[in-house]
Design a binder for this molecule. Structure first.
Ligand SMILES: Cc1ncc(COP(=O)(O)O)c(C=O)c1O
Length: 396
């Protein structure tokens, strides 16, 4: 039988990136005790009032068909949220989706196709490659350099641009590096995007988890408003990834055009999830503040312990739920280090190579585990680093 080319373009994109995580889960199922630092699922539950609101509104009959833009309850709450950032926002700028991931997929489908190119920082979040490839467009990497704290530089963006480029896919706060772009950096990046007439799709799913910088967005810059589309969700801010509740906020013309894509794809989300999301956005809920505090402390804990280990350079994040560690001084690649760590020390981490070429010498550790696990993980990571780090005089 014949298949459409999208299945080839997306084939094997995911599996090898998650090979260490999958192997760790297999070893766990066999009964081995693994310290798992691979994925970043919030380790706190959503606030109980969110669950109560979802149940209440479901019992009140909010389980019928919705519409492609979103239920008025959540659209209005999003207008209130984004009006605090830019006072010209109305319902015409809002489209709801089941999570940032679906929003990214639909938005990209509305902006690019075969023959086009999308610029994206490298390292990058693991699903971006698929999001871009699914449209038929090509990905062009903009290096995010460790010496710049993984912040995208306008000059690196400018150097990567080709005539096929239509979109810059920006991610701030950034996964996996935790980098948060400043308003000044965004203005410089935005000037390049204006010069080359690029859309800016900005994934801000970690907006509420900034602890070491000040959040800024191209959406808040009036010079960039006509070309910026923000995608986000309550997955991280409210520790509610399984509810699949997200959105895209962009220019009214864009939203009108994308509405038919959204209607074709979904014909609307679940009204009771919409009401719960509106409640989450409108009420002061402490989940994000709690996570900010613990992720900041855990990042510092990892950084302090691992900076003492031979061959390791932790790079503390400004936001998010991860810390990356440069392992290149051990003489091993991030991938080899991560496999050795799993096999020899029963600690599962993500190799940097899962996030792009620029991160090959790194590993990524999740901050979503308790302190006792962090301390034990650091002891084991240090043991491996000590065994593997070649004395400097033996290195080429
Ligand atoms: C950068 C980034 N974007 C998007 C997502 C997916 O978010 P959602 O649950 O809203 O689909 C994640 C999840 O880890 C992420 O790290």
């Amino acid at each position: 039988m014949r298949y459409a080319s999208i299945t080839d373009r997306l084939a094997n994109l995911g599996s090898e990136k998650w090979a260490i995580h999958a192997e760790a889960r297999r070893m766990k199922a066999e009964g081995q005790t693994i310290i798992e630092l691979t994925i970043g699922e919030p380790d706190v539950p959503p606030d109980p009032t969110l669950l109560a609101e979802a149940v209440r509104t479901m019992h009140a009959g909010r389980y019928r068909y919705s519409n492609g833009r979103g239920e008025p309850s959540v659209v209005d709450a999003l207008v209130r949220k984004y009006q605090k950032r830019r006072n010209d926002v109305t319902a015409a700028n809002v489209l709801c989706f089941p999570g940032t991931q679906t929003a990214l997929f639909a938005v990209m489908l509305g902006l690019v196709e075969t023959g086009d190119a999308v610029l994206v920082g490298d390292p990058l979040y693991a699903t971006y490659e698929g999001v871009i490839r699914s449209t038929g467009a090509e990905r062009i990497a903009v290096p995010l350099r460790p010496e710049n704290g993984f912040h995208m530089k306008a000059a690196d963006l400018e150097a990567a641009i080709t005539p096929a480029c239509r979109v810059l896919l920006l991610n701030t706060p950034h996964n996996p590096t935790g980098a948060v772009l400043s308003a000044a950096e965004i203005a410089e990046i935005g000037a390049v995007c204006r010069k080359h007439d690029l859309w800016i799709v900005c994934d801000e799913v970690y907006e509420q988890l900034v602890f070491g910088a000040t959040f800024a967005s191209p959406f808040d810059n009036p010079d960039l408003a006509e070309r910026t589309i923000v995608v986000s969700s309550i997955s991280k801010s409210h520790a509610a990834p399984g509810f699949r509740s997200g959105w895209a906020i962009g220019p009214a013309d864009f939203c009108t055009r994308l509405l038919s894509v959204s209607e074709t794809m979904l014909f609307g989300g679940q009204p009771f999830i919409a009401d719960m999301t509106a409640y989450a956005l409108d009420n002061p809920i402490a989940t994000a503040a709690t996570m900010r505090q613990s992720y900041k402390a855990r990042a510092a804990r990892f950084a302090e312990a691992l900076s003492l280990a031979p061959g390791l350079v932790p790079l503390p994040p400004e936001a998010g739920m991860f810390i990356v560690v440069d392992v290149s001084e051990t003489g091993m690649s991030g991938e080899d280090f991560a496999w050795a760590l799993l096999r020899e020390e029963l600690v599962a981490v993500m190799p940097g190579s899962s996030f792009g070429d620029e991160a090959e010498g790194f590993i990524r550790l999740s901050l979503t585990v308790p302190d006792a696990h962090i301390d034990e993980a650091c002891r084991r990571i240090t043991a491996l680093a000590t065994r593997s780090t070649m004395p400097k005089e033996r290195r080429a």
